[in-house]
Design a protein around this ligand. Structure first.
Ligand code: ADP
Ligand code: MG
Length: 322
């Protein structure tokens, strides 16, 4: 057995085995069967050591996150994830590393019943690319275009936690309590792709995106695609208790502009807002109404006193700093 055959063995031992996979790992290509009446949604994301993650990130977290960021893109389209492919380049094959990486990846794969159906492995600098494939009823995709004036802007979960974890790691911020610091680190390492939210919201939303580069940047993509503007209410932004513990120190800009949240931002026409609020309550979704779509092209942010708030930073470059 070569080293890479060993790796394939790890990746062939996945717990999820879907009935719609005709040919999985071990042939020249995978064969899957999509149900009649569905559309196939395909996305890919690459993560490079030192660029997208700290080199010392534990392998289980890398495996988890490489899949999570792809599932988040499927969620933003409203798709249910089904299958994924894994391309891995590594400087050397370390069986313990691969085992932990696979464990982290499978933990998330099992949660959403998504099966690894193939990939490629090569020697090289540490980099991980995943291609994820999901299913949608025909014509059901949420798009970045479609937001209209008066639509309510919703955000899932909480914002800014991952960016605070990066700042803390760099020594730019001292989180008072260790409990909060570790909560923030968890949000950076193990983001929860909002699959259930995406699938259920697709029947109500006029547009959607996942928040990977910060709310201002990603909402900005919706506005550009839809040809509209937005008003955000600062006090309505959903913050975790850990974020609140440092709010006086860091202000709101991490929630507005921090990356790596992997929450969903969706817009909902006023006529459907009641049904969406009821759906969120019934499903236990954390869903915050943070503003509304306006005419024009800009994002205006209002503080609790109704005054315009100007963020000091519109985006954070997480790992670009040498
Ligand atoms: P080929 O030379 O035909 O491309 P490979 O030797 O690269 O075949 O791969 C053999 C099988 O192992 C294929 O089914 C491929 O999808 C799978 N495989 C290789 N690397 C990975 C990986 N990193 N993750 C999952 N499956 C992989
Ligand atoms: Mg190959």
């Amino acid at each position: 057995m070569t080293e890479f055959e060993l790796i394939r063995t790890y990746f062939a031992s996945q717990p999820v085995q879907r009935a719609d996979v005709r040919v999985g790992i071990g042939d020249d290509a995978a064969v899957v069967e999509a149900p009649a009446g569905t559309e196939t949604v395909i996305t890919t994301d690459v993560m490079v050591a030192g660029v997208h993650f700290f080199e010392d990130t534990e392998p289980a977290a890398l495996g988890y996150k490489a899949l999570a960021v792809n599932l988040s893109d499927l969620a933003a389209m409203g798709a249910a994830p089904a299958w994924f492919l894994l391309d891995l380049t590594m400087p050397e094959v370390d069986a313990a590393w691969v085992e932990a990486f696979a464990r982290g990846m499978y933990e998330l794969a099992e949660r959403h019943e998504v099966q690894l159906i193939g990939g490629d492995t090569s020697r090289g600098p540490l980099a991980i690319a995943i291609t994820a494939i999901g299913l949608l009823p025909r014509g059901g995709a949420m798009r970045r275009q479609g937001a209209a004036v008066g639509d309510v802007i919703y955000v899932t979960g909480t914002l800014g936690d991952a960016a605070l974890a990066v700042a803390a790691r760099r020594g730019e911020l001292a989180v008072p309590r260790e409990q909060d610091a570790s909560g923030l680190r968890d949000r950076l390492a193990y983001p929860a792709p909002r699959i259930d939210e995406g699938v259920k919201l697709r029947d109500y939303a006029s547009s959607a995106i996942d928040v990977s580069d910060g709310l201002l940047a990603d909402l900005g993509h919706i506005l550009e695609s839809s040809g509209v503007g937005a008003r955000l209410n600062l006090g309505a932004l959903p913050l975790s208790p850990s974020y609140r513990s440092c709010l006086a120190q860091v202000g709101w800009d991490y929630a507005l502009a921090g990356g790596d949240d992997y929450e969903l931002c969706v817009t909902v026409p006023p006529a459907r807002v009641g049904r969406v609020d009821a759906l969120a309550a019934a499903s236990g979704f954390a869903l915050a109404a943070v503003g509304e779509i306006t005419k024009g092209r800009a994002i205006e942010i209002y503080d609790a006193l109704g005054k315009i708030y100007e963020p000091k930073r519109k985006s954070y470059e997480h790992f670009a700093r040498a």
